[in-house]
Design a protein around this ligand. Sequence first.
Ligand SMILES: [Zn+2]
Length: 390
Amino acid sequence: MQINIYKDKLLGAHLFGASVLYSTKPIPREDVPQSWYCYDLRGTARHPDEPHALVDKAEENHFGSILSYLPLKNRRSQFRLVKNMFQMTGTSPTLAEFCAEEKIRCPETPIRHLLRPASPEDAGLLYEFFKSQGTVVINEAADFAGTNGCYLYQGRDVQERKNKHLKDQILVVAPSEGLVSADVWLRCRKKLMANTTFQNGRKAKNTWLAGKVKCGRCGYALMSVGNPSGVQYLRCSKRADNKSCPGCGTLRTREFERFIYGEMVKKLAQFQTLTGKREKVNPKLTALNVELARVEDEIEKLLNTLTEASAVLISYANTKIEELDAQRQTLSKEIAALSAETMSPEQIERLSVYLNRWEEIDFDDRRQVADGLISQIRATGECVAIEWKI
Ligand SMILES: [Zn+2]
């Protein structure tokens, strides 16, 4: 365990005549308050338990760490011999008590050390994330209320390490408050997992619209996420990732599904009166579909590089994605126009049978119907645009 210098008690000491704080545990350098100094005391190989020299960082024979508001060593020299200039005072003040005693301003606790319970929405994301990774989640979604932390245990018979693979590892809500917000945790975890999350291959199960519906603001996929009370909402995956999109507004998954279902029924009704041509293969349509698949593939690849990319690359990728998306839209429209002509009465009949038996057909069939009719949906809480295939 590392020491938390903003919370834990340290030990009072004098070093080279200055009042300092001493800790036997290493002090994380990123915690050191601005304009303060942190050093290590180093023993020798022969006497590791005696402070021999003051160094910036002891790689071996670490005797303790020193926190000081005064510089105690020339920055350019590697060490300063302690001789007998180190004495413990026998006190164990906190940083705040030490500052009060020394009559100096106490450094503020940096944000990262505050307890930051995740918001209930974020907690839902966490639950969804682990589920999507195949983790065994012991608690119900409702237990992810956004206050408590989680424990991740190595699952039995799981070979892979838990910081790489979450499948079959075990997640339990901890009895204590969480330290890191779900949002920050997820961002780090996704980076750690080399960006393999939310990729195409995973089987959608929350909504038959998965993969079809995009954020009306940024164009990233919307994913269906349950809030702790079990209601599913569509949420922008870019917003979930890094908050750089304002989000799609309030879209309840079930309501949205019903709306799209209604639109599909209406759309198909227009076509049932038409008689399609019995043309089996339309070479132009095939060519367009191949081109569309290529463009979509390219967009997907670019999106997948973004998490780890530098700012320059991101701005390049964004421009490129906009170009590709414009191409994609043009292609979709051409395909829609052609498909309407080529869709056979049998196909239309089959789709309408499915739509009539909507409540009975299973999830995969619903996905196929949606896929047969719709190339893409862009949605926000205020506005829905459906790109039809027919
Ligand atoms: Zn968005």
